[in-house]
Design a protein around this ligand. Structure first.
Ligand SMILES: [Zn+2]
Length: 209
């Protein structure tokens, strides 16, 4: 099936998400760089984000992060807490304030009041490949939808190709996400991203919109 073919492609391997036995990843530094971590937390607080700082995490497999947070609002409430590296949480906050809210006002005349995601930190490799997913270091989050102030829900899976204001909103914010994150993967990128935006702050650079 097409999915199996895609899983083999190098392009798809950049982003998709399934557990695998992998070679050891780069070591995670266990000691936070206090100034950077502190500045990042101050940035989050200053943006109105709700979060708690986490102790460094380093799993036996090699996943983890030195400077992580559990974030619950960016400042839009998240549907569930997200564990992310602090810079990724800060990027998500910028995405909310500088990209999502202006686009929601432009396209709907309403604010987004909730952001739905299906995962930040997860100890896993990239689908079908030997590389670690940026999720394994807390550098990635998969966003699936947005609730507007009037209760309307916009979802990547249903609305990306549906046309009208919801589709224009999603395409606009995907473009804007590329200014905030280093890797942005959307339904336009491959079959593995038909229902979510993969937003990451890892070392790659790819605007898959
Ligand atoms: Zn992802």
């Amino acid at each position: 099936m097409a999915r199996a073919v895609l899983a083999l492609s190098i392009a798809a391997a950049l982003a998709a998400c399934a557990p695998r036995a992998l070679a050891p990843p780069p070591a995670v530094t266990g000691v936070p760089s206090s100034t950077g971590y502190l500045a990042c937390q101050q940035g989050l607080s200053g943006s109105g984000a709700m979060f708690e700082a986490l102790v460094p995490l380093a799993t036996r497999e090699g996943c983890g992060f030195a400077e992580g947070v559990k974030i619950t609002a960016t400042p839009s409430p998240l549907n569930q807490p997200a564990v992310l590296s602090c810079p990724t949480a800060l990027a998500l906050t910028r995405f909310d304030l500088e990209v999502v809210q202006p686009a929601a006002l432009q396209h709907f005349g309403k604010r987004v009041v909730k952001i739905h995601h299906v995962g930040g930190y997860t100890c896993r490799g990239i689908n079908g490949g030997r590389k670690w997913s940026q999720h394994a270091f807390g550098n990635a989050i998969d966003v699936i939808g947005f609730d507007l102030a009037d209760g309307t829900r916009i979802t990547v899976g249903r609305d990306w190709r549906a046309g009208g204001a919801p589709a224009r909103f999603l395409h606009d914010i995907a473009r804007g996400a590329c200014q905030v994150f280093r890797v942005v993967l959307t339904p336009a990128y491959d079959k593995a991203h038909q229902d979510h935006f993969h937003l990451d702050l890892g070392p790659e650079r790819l605007c898959g919109i």
